[in-house]
Design a protein around this ligand. Structure first.
Ligand SMILES: Nc1ncnc2c1ncn2[C@@H]1O[C@H](COP(=O)(O)OP(=O)(O)O)[C@@H](O)[C@H]1O
Ligand code: SF4
Ligand SMILES: [Mg+2]
Length: 366
């Protein structure tokens, strides 16, 4: 592909985005220098444990209310304009039109006191300037589009009269109404049961492809992005620790944190009550993050250098696959460090060795 074509498809370029909250206890460094690019019609998964900065990152880019104690720096160029320096009035025009967002809990974006039909049609009238009758017709079409049965009846319902899955479909319908170029979906299925989760994710995937819409799918569940996103960005403590085409990430996971997330997923082959390999320890304090690699207090591969020097996010073999680790998963140095940590009885290494000895390269040393 020529550079010209690539530039033309580029929709969003985020560069060194940092967001800090000033609170009484100090400055919470929620996002610490995130950069990524997204082309039109592509999907990006952003994955990490709760508290790693996914929502703050998405809301910072969207300029959604993060409070008055917040500072964001960096740039987020969307179709040639830096969203972070646009006047709020311009942002208001872009919301719902070019940029849309679907949240974890549909009840936070729906008004409980207003029938859903009116919420959909008001949105259409406000953003598209269409009349009442046309808005009503479009609302029915949109509900059909998101596979809501008997749309006319559902439009008369109040949000609480619908199931969680139906409510989320309504939010997706509203988000899609103005054909946005980019949709942020922040844990859109976390509040839903597993079957409905799949339906909603499939719906989002289908709409994204059919509309050539770019999508950022934010989730704490690495399993959600598998097979659903073109690229994945793994975040830890406000930073990107691994970034790759989703297929490469699963085939050749290089960062110990990504590996730990993978290990904590339920496997279909495991008996349902098998204890999962939860990640030892807790994410760090973002007011005073650890020196060196932020994952070092929990990492089974940790060595002295990790506690002193922050590993840069860089590519080794594949330019599209970047990771921030001194001794990545699968490297001889990584295996040696892991074996040493197990031998020395380092708790997080021992825990991994006991739960999944074959996947760590320890060769069943236990
Ligand atoms: N308004 C706020 N004031 C202070 N800290 C906040 C605020 N919002 C989020 N944070 C902190 O920022 C960090 C990232 O939060 P968040 O982006 O919501 O995580 P995630 O979406 O990955 O679960 C957390 O440590 C959280 O406590
Ligand atoms: S091996 Fe070191 S650099 Fe790599 S994730 Fe673990 S602590 Fe961080
Ligand atoms: Mg979140």
């Amino acid at each position: 592909m020529s550079d010209a074509v690539e530039t033309d498809r580029r929709l969003l370029t985020v560069t060194d985005l940092r967001t800090t909250f000033s609170i009484a206890a100090g400055d919470v460094q929620a996002v610490r220098g995130v950069s990524f690019a997204l082309d039109r019609g592509r999907t990006l998964g952003i994955v990490g444990e709760s508290g790693c900065g996914k929502t703050v990152l998405a809301r910072s880019i969207m300029r959604l209310n993060l409070g008055s104690n917040v500072t964001t720096t960096g740039t987020a160029e969307f179709a040639g304009r830096d969203l972070l320096s646009l006047p709020m009035a311009d942002m208001h025009e872009m919301w719902g039109m070019e940029l849309a967002m679907v949240f974890q809990d549909p009840m936070t974006s729906l008004n409980p006191l207003v029938r859903v039909g009116r919420q959909v049609t008001e949105h259409l009238r406000q953003h598209l300037g269409v009349g009442r009758a046309e808005a009503a017709r479009t609302a029915v079409d949109l509900l059909n589009e998101v596979r809501i049965p008997e749309p006319e009846a559902r439009l008369k319902a109040y949000p609480h009269e619908l199931s969680g899955g139906m409510r989320q479909r309504i939010c997706i319908a509203i988000a899609l109404a103005c054909e946005p170029a980019l949709l942020f979906a922040d844990e859109p299925t976390t509040a839903l049961d597993v079957t409905v989760q799949h339906q909603i994710l499939n719906l989002l995937g289908r709409e994204q492809r059919e509309r050539d819409m770019a999508m950022v799918l934010v989730t704490h569940d690495l399993g959600v992005v598998a097979g659903r996103t073109d690229d994945t960005l793994v975040m830890y403590a406000g930073m990107v620790v691994e970034q790759a085409p989703t297929g490469s990430l699963f085939e050749e996971m290089r960062h110990p944190y990504s590996e730990a997330l993978l290990r904590s997923l339920p496997r279909t082959s495991q008996v349902s009550h098998t204890r999962l390999a939860a990640i030892t320890g807790r994410p760090p304090d973002l007011i005073d993050p650890p020196s060196g690699c932020a994952f070092s207090p929990r990492c089974p591969y940790v060595q002295p250098r990790c506690r002193e020097e922050v590993p840069p996010l860089s590519a080794v073999d594949d330019p599209d696959h970047r990771f921030a680790c001194w001794t990545p998963v699968g490297s001889p140095e990584g295996m040696a460090a892991f074996a040493r940590n197990v031998a020395e009885g380092l708790p997080q290494a021992v825990a991994v060795d006991l739960t999944a000895p074959s996947s760590t390269g320890s060769g069943g040393a236990s």
